[in-house]
Design a protein around this ligand. Structure first.
Ligand code: GTP
Length: 629
């Protein structure tokens, strides 16, 4: 491998546009995996990814390709190249992971389903790649489908600022499914990706074991191998037995094993400049493999590569075990999963109603949902998840800023007034696209969600329905709940939505309140939520009613109350079977009375258990709440 000229690229696409299918075809054509014709999705290693069809973690796989060049005498010459494919997650929640993976590449294939055209995620990924200055190779996939519309895609690409007539950006028309045109993709990768200076013909300048700079762009914990780091070698070479140092921590390690995925892990003993592969060194803890870190040789002075910003959670939710006795197991499972996904933050929390639990931070709602299903599938842990909360910002008069990620930490009304606290909520810039006829409905939806219109554009398309593009400023809190399902249902599935956090405009001051609930005077903290005052009463009514419906009748009346500040904003009553079990039993048989009281106690206990089980949002409806598809 190490004498071949490398080309490192990534495939970026909207969900379901055919990224994994294309990757499989490329691996087959280069003989890396046997030809099966089936959709094997080699890159999606994690079970949950395969089932849900969503890639979360990056993967890297290498292949060799014999590129044919005509010689001067008319014969055909062959040159073998080493192609490194880095897979990236395809969803908006993981835009940050995408930029991390792309930083390790030299070019990106922008795959577009020609029957769907450019979609929200195509644009989001395109922007990330452009910001990194990566050359883009547009690929129009699924041209075998009768519904494919290549002309429309070309117009859309032009609208993105891609000159489709320029040979460097000329789109390729392919069918990843049938294999049509896929060979041209391999050719184009070689032709259109510039060689990394100094790697031509695999000649990495030998600097006496100096000058190594390896970018750590992903890492995970393997139960057999320990900590595995994915690295992209930007300078020099890394060899088995090398003494390497983390520029981040200054800690020294020994390279115990090193190699590439071909497609399974294969030791090569060395990774040279331009190559991408895995490294196992004596790291004990996942935290030592810092993403964005530069590894260099011991006793070597280098300038560290530009690192990455740590990812910031945008959605918080609490997880509690379904059986309160299972907390230890749950926490262990959560910590293990979080080890492999450092964008998740974990903090212990306890709730009066639900006992011990964890407060978790996620990149977005889909991320939270995937975590939940992995917890259940890989660790058999069933959990209750509370309503998602975005991170609110609280500024004290002395300028001290803190982030409120749980309703538990929300300041009381008194504190807010007395201490002149400034409360702010995160905002995003959203881009909604839909066929023209849904414009009114979609504007209505955005305004219901406290959106502020920024821009409206109609695109002209020949033979197609006019598309409209709406730009809105929206509170993040409004889009983490039921915005996506509503967007889909009210546009008959035609609308697409993509958002980003506007730089320099991340927060806006907001009239926020905490809505809390009580059952017969007992607070149900797990149900508390932070929301805009304008929505508090209506939400209070809805949830009081939902709560009422899950509380079974007791031997006594149960009051269901919703509060904002000290005020009741909604009330429901669960009427009793009987008012008082001992009423009318004056004097009389104490044993009978005790028995009655015991029964009543058990009734209460049962109610507590039901509270525990049902007061939090039922997991199923939570999934529905989060589902964006
Ligand atoms: P995510 O991993 O979820 O982002 O999806 P993906 O972009 O990897 O898409 P995937 O390769 O899983 O393809 C999605 C669906 O489209 C699958 O059912 C494929 O069989 C199908 N598909 C992919 N390429 C083609 C194609 O060229 N023609 C047709 N007709 N179907 C295709």
């Amino acid at each position: 491998f190490d004498s071949l000229e490398p080309r490192t690229f990534s495939i970026i696409a909207h969900v379901d546009h055919g990224k994994s299918t294309l990757a499989d075809r490329l691996l087959e054509l280069t003989g890396t995996i046997p030809k099966s014709g089936a959709n094997r999705q080699v890159l999606d290693r994690l079970k949950v990814e395969r089932e849900r069809g969503i890639t979360v973690k990056s993967q890297a796989v290498s292949m060799t390709y014999d590129y044919e060049t005509p010689n001067a005498d008319g014969s055909v010459g062959k040159k073998r190249y080493l192609l490194n494919l880095i897979d990236t997650p395809g969803h908006v929640d993981f835009a940050y992971e995408v930029s991390r993976s792309l930083a390790a590449c030299q070019s990106a294939l922008l795959v577009i389903d020609a029957s769907q055209g450019i979609q929200a995620q195509t644009i989001a990924n395109f922007r990330v790649a452009k910001a990194l200055g990566l050359p883009l190779l547009p690929i129009l996939n699924k041209v075998d489908l009768p519904a494919s519309d290549v002309d429309r895609c070309l117009v859309q690409l032009e609208e993105l600022g891609i000159d489709t007539a320029d040979p460097v950006h000329r789109p390729l028309m392919i069918s990843a499914k049938t294999g049509l045109g896929v060979e041209d993709v391999l050719k184009a990768i070689v032709e259109r990706t510039a060689a990394m200076p100094g790697t031509e013909d695999g000649k990495v300048e030998d600097r006496d074991g100096k000058g190594l700079r390896a970018l750590v762009f992903d890492s995970w914990y393997d139960s057999f191998k320990g900590v595995v780091a994915l690295v992209s070698i930007k300078d020099g070479a890394m060899k088995k037995g090398n003494s390497i140092v983390s520029a981040h921590s200054g800690k020294k390690y020994e390279v115990l094993d090193i190699g590439v995925n071909y497609p399974d892990a294969k030791s090569t003993g060395i990774l040279r400049k331009g190559q991408v592969g895995w490294v196992i060194c004596n790291m004990k803890d996942m935290r030592e493999a810092t993403i964005g870190d530069t590894m260099h040789l011991a006793n070597d002075k280098i300038e560290p590569l530009e690192g990455f910003r740590p990812s910031v959670p945008m959605v918080y939710a609490s997880a509690y075990p379904v059986e309160t006795t299972d907390f230890v197991k749950l926490e262990e499972a959560i910590n293990r999963l979080a080890l492999n996904d450092r964008s998740i933050t974990v903090q212990r929390e306890s709730s009066m109603a639900l006992g011990q639990g964890c407060r978790l931070g996620f990149l977005g709602t889909l991320h939270a949902e995937i975590f939940r299903s992995r917890l259940s599938e890989e660790y058999g842990q069933e959990i209750l998840v509370t309503a998602p909360t975005v991170p609110y910002r609280l500024t004290r008069p002395n300028g001290k800023v803190s982030i409120i990620s749980s309703p538990i930490d929300f300041p009381s009304d008194g504190d807010r007034a007395n201490k002149a606290l400034l409360l702010e909520e995160p905002v995003v810039h959203g881009r909604l696209t839909c066929p023209e006829e849904y414009t009114g409905e979609m504007m209505q939806l955005c305004s219901e969600h406290r959106g502020e219109e920024l821009d409206v554009n109609f695109s002209e398309m020949t033979g197609q329905k006019r598309q409209v593009e709406l730009k809105y400023r929206l509170p993040m809190a409004e889009i983490v709940t039921d915005f996506f399902p509503k967007l889909k249902s009210r546009s008959s599935g035609y609308a697409g939505f993509e958002y980003e956090i506007a730089e320099g405009e991340e927060y806006q001051s907001s009239d926020l309140v905490k809505l809390s609930f009580q059952l017969s005077g007992t607070p149900i903290d797990a149900l508390s939520m932070i929301l805009h005052r304008s929505k508090a009463t209506a939400e209070g009514r809805i949830w009081a009613k939902k709560l009422k419906d899950v509380v079974p009748r007791q031997y006594f009346e149960v009051a269901v109350q919703a509060f904002v500040g000290g005020k009741v904003v909604a009330r429901e009553t669960v009427s009793a079977y009987r008012k008082d079990v001992t009423a009318g039993m004056y004097g009389g048989d104490q044993r009978r009375k005790d028995k009655k009281l015991k029964n009543q106690k058990e009734g209460r206990k049962r109610m507590r258990e039901l509270n525990v089980g049902r007061v939090s949002i039922p997991s199923e409806s939570f999934i529905k709440l989060l589902d964006r598809s």
